[in-house]
Design a protein around this ligand. Structure first.
Ligand code: UDX
Ligand code: UDX
Length: 458
């Protein structure tokens, strides 16, 4: 039986792969093809182990792969066959020219749009899945619709809100799906087609429809607001350390105000991930380009506080370890930007490692999922770093442990056993506030957490 719709996704990364797997698993009546320029990645999606670690992803992929879900490098063939094309290629921060360090680098997006145009002989719906600057759809439509073939492409914005580590849950039961389109008859028709796809498993009241610019801007704004909460609580954590207030108590007290709410108030060594910094800097750049200097400065400060928090963590280590870590072994527990992922993009651990390496510390990194990515991130200083899968061995002979990712396993380690193997005095810097600090202190550790008074024996 032929499939009802042919869906293509360009970009088989953290966003494209899981999202398309979910659509295929929920909609057996559609054929879903995911293409990517990277043949290694496609091989991994086809034969495993999957190129990304995401709890529950294997099951979803296995359910649909080679039935109605296909991974391929044949981008041109995929474009030709598709009725709806999701574009989920990466949009990193520009590293060159105008807007370097802030603006989004749209070269892959534009290249993809031109490729779609070249391979199309009928009208198609194009869906922006990547996070893009507001009004990107306008540029894309200019490229797509100025064609001698007389084809019309309707561009929709359908930003992805999944968080890594909980992607499958987020995709299965999203708080909302956001679909933005032009409010023309063609735009509204395309919008209805996309709503129909999600309505296969998402209740209609969770599908939000808007104009296309609102959808584009909402994604940037959602990430900016989430990151802003973390920078806000992290800024207060510094004040707690000076005043003997406890950041967990403060976060709980403010979070019980229903207007504030309890989420995203965990003080930490700093937020990471592929999106927050990139998207905020992108927002900053857009504001500047519209002459909104104050708005730009306001959002930029969210990123600045985060960088300061990461730096503050290392400065605190140095200050408490008698102002020198040169030659001292330091074990880093966790390298992923958060637990339950192997992703290390923009992880605070990268910055912490580099600053400690500049201080000539002997660094040992352990992480249950992220060591391969850590090796790539630190390739230029690899002679200064050891990688170790076993946290007990990582801590052996170390002067300090710095806990950088909130993996639950680090909570259940036998710290009394670890302490015996460490150099004395032994330090723990808990960058995620997940350990039992009074217990560790009683054991003999000097304990430094985020936003709490230090517990030291000297
Ligand atoms: C990325 C961004 O991080 C996110 O902000 C944006 O919303 C979507 O793109 P992610 O899926 O995490 O999300 O990126 P990544 O895992 O790097 O996947 C992008 C994929 O696109 C890569 O596999 C890359 O090989 C592929 N790609 C890139 C193409 O297939 N064609 C290109 O021209 C460029
Ligand atoms: C984020 C958004 O949540 C998601 O909606 C969007 O689609 C992509 O960007 P992600 O980067 O996967 O998702 O992870 P998220 O859970 O938001 O965490 C980002 C960073 O903030 C992590 O480093 C995390 O450890 C940190 N964080 C989060 C805190 O430090 N404190 C908190 O209270 C919450």
């Amino acid at each position: 039986m032929p499939f009802e719709k042919n869906i293509l996704c360009i970009g088989a990364g953290y966003v494209g792969g899981p999202t398309m797997a979910m659509i295929a698993a929920k909609c057996p009546q559609y054929k879903v093809v995911v293409v990517d320029i990277n043949p290694e990645k496609i091989r991994a999606w086809n034969n495993g182990p999957l190129p990304i670690y995401e709890p529950g992803l294997d099951e979803v992929v296995n359910k649909a792969r080679n039935k109605n879900l296909f991974f391929s490098t044949e981008i041109e063939k995929g474009i030709k066959e598709a009725d709806i094309i999701f574009v989920s290629v990466n949009t990193p921060t520009k590293t060159f020219g105008q807007g370097a360090g802030q603006a989004a680098d749209l070269q892959y997006w534009e290249k993809t749009a031109r490729q779609i145009l070249a391979q199309s002989d009928r009208c198609k719906i194009i869906v922006e899945k990547s996070t893009l600057p507001v009004r990107t759809a306008e540029a894309m439509e200019r490229i797509l619709n100025n064609n001698p073939k007389g084809l019309h492409f309707e561009v929709l914005s359908n930003p992805e809100f999944l968080a890594e580590g909980s992607a499958i849950r987020d995709l299965e039961k999203p708080d909302r799906v956001l679909i933005g389109s032009h409010e023309t008859p063609e735009g509204l028709q395309a919008r209805r087609e996309l709503v129909e796809i999600y309505a296969n498993w998402v209740a209609k009241e969770h599908i939000i429809e808007s104009n296309i610019w609102s959808a584009e801007l909402s994604k940037l704004t959602a990430n900016a607001f989430l990151a802003q909460r973390i920078s806000s609580i992290n800024s207060i954590s510094a004040l707690c350390e000076k005043t003997e207030a406890d950041i967990n108590e403060v976060a709980y007290a403010i979070g019980t105000d229903s207007r504030i709410g309890p989420h995203f108030l965990k003080a930490s060594v700093g937020f990471g991930g592929s999106c927050f910094k990139k998207d905020i800097l992108n927002l900053v750049y857009i504001c500047q380009s519209y002459g909104l200097t104050e708005v730009a400065a306001y959002w930029e400060s969210v990123v600045k506080i985060n960088e300061w928090q990461e730096k503050r963590f290392v400065q605190n280590m140095l200050a408490n370890m008698f102002n020198t870590v040169a030659g001292k072994k330091i074990a880093l527990f966790g390298f992923a930007f958060k637990a339950h992922t192997g992703d290390t993009r923009e992880s605070a651990a990268i910055y912490v490692t580099r600053w400690l390496a500049d201080e000539n510390a002997r660094i040992v990194i352990t992480d249950p999922q992220a060591l391969d990515n850590a090796k790539l991130d630190l390739a230029d200083i690899k002679e200064k770093i050891e990688f170790e899968t076993d946290p007990y061995r990582a801590a052996q002979g170390a002067h300090a442990i710095a806990l950088l990712t909130e993996w639950p396993l680090y909570r259940s380690l036998d710290y009394a056993r670890i302490l015996k193997t460490m150099a004395q005095p032994a330090f723990i810097f808990d960058g995620r506030n997940i350990l039992d600090h009074p217990k560790l202190f009683k054991m003999g550790f000097n304990v430094f957490a985020i936003g709490k008074a230090a517990l030291k024996h000297f």
